[in-house]
Design a protein around this ligand. Structure first.
Ligand code: FPP
Length: 245
């Protein structure tokens, strides 16, 4: 994070509550996801303006394939349509898009859309928007362990050369800073298989606000809560009684 202004460099969000938002309005779940897309567009703009460098959003977990087929299809359609429609705005804001997750399960159409948005926004330098799609932290860690075990079995590395750094470099997030702040909306207090390794020292912010209602005021509340936190990374704070020696 930026120590002088206490702006988190990397914010990760579990966008939860689209379905409940829709149900409370007598709408279809799909309409909740569409409203969620509007909230995401606004949050990207707010985060970039605030000076956040990486914004990671949990848009589709590996567990989400288990939802009714109609909802999965609607989400895939929204992802395809969303990335196409948002690309010009992201380029204009100099936001680069990176996909996090196992792309192998997506249809050719979705895959092409994802590849297109990654290549068309590749020159963006202001902020990286990371879309976690078909993502699960445990599968990511399993894949990393397999890679490292294969390299060890092939004699390329010795087991004691496996370090926290080599593990980090074998994850989908290689090259990205760890999240400083993880936000979850809708009053749920779980990590749900999201960035388990990377969030080791992250601050957490939970709000009852449903994702489609997460507007600029809500974003700012989260930023203020973060700025007030005292991050010690397992150390002690100087000047605290009993910690002076
Ligand atoms: C969780 O709400 C939300 C999702 C599973 C999907 C979020 C996706 C978007 C906002 C669109 C993403 C689009 C792109 C292009 C990245 P929920 O359905 O679990 O809500 P509930 O808990 O109230 O049922």
């Amino acid at each position: 994070m930026n120590e002088t202004t206490r702006i988190p460099s990397h914010v990760a969000i579990i966008m939860d509550g689209n379905g409940r938002w829709a149900r409370r309005r007598g709408k279809e779940r799909y309409e909740g996801h569409m409203a969620g897309m509007d909230a995401l567009r606004a949050t990207v703009r707010n985060a970039a303006e605030y000076g956040v460098r990486y914004l990671t959003v949990y848009a589709f977990s590996t567990e989400n394939w288990g939802r009714p087929q109609q909802e999965v299809d609607a989400l895939m359609h929204l992802i395809c349509k969303g990335v196409e429609m948002e690309t010009p705005g992201l380029i204009e804001q100099s936001v680069r898009v990176r996909i996090l997750g196992d792309k192998s399960r997506f249809s050719k159409e979705v895959l092409e859309s994802l590849d297109r948005i990654e290549s068309r926004t590749a020159a963006g330098t202001r902020m990286t928007l990371v879309l976690a799609l078909n993502y699960s932290s445990r599968s990511e860690l399993t894949a990393a362990v397999r890679t490292l075990a294969s390299r060890a079995a092939a004699g390329e590395i010795a087991p004691d050369q496996i370090t926290e750094q080599t593990i980090s470099e074998s994850l989908y997030t290689a090259g990205m800073p760890d999240p400083d702040l993880v936000i979850r909306t809708s009053g749920e207090y779980r990590l749900s298989n999201f960035l388990l390794w990377q969030a080791s020292y992250a601050e957490f912010y939970f709000t009852d606000t449903l994702w489609p209602d997460f507007d600029k005021a809500e974003f700012e509340k989260a930023m203020q809560a973060y700025a007030a936190r005292d991050r010690r990374y397992g150390l002690v704070r100087e000047g605290e009684p009993g910690n002076d020696e």
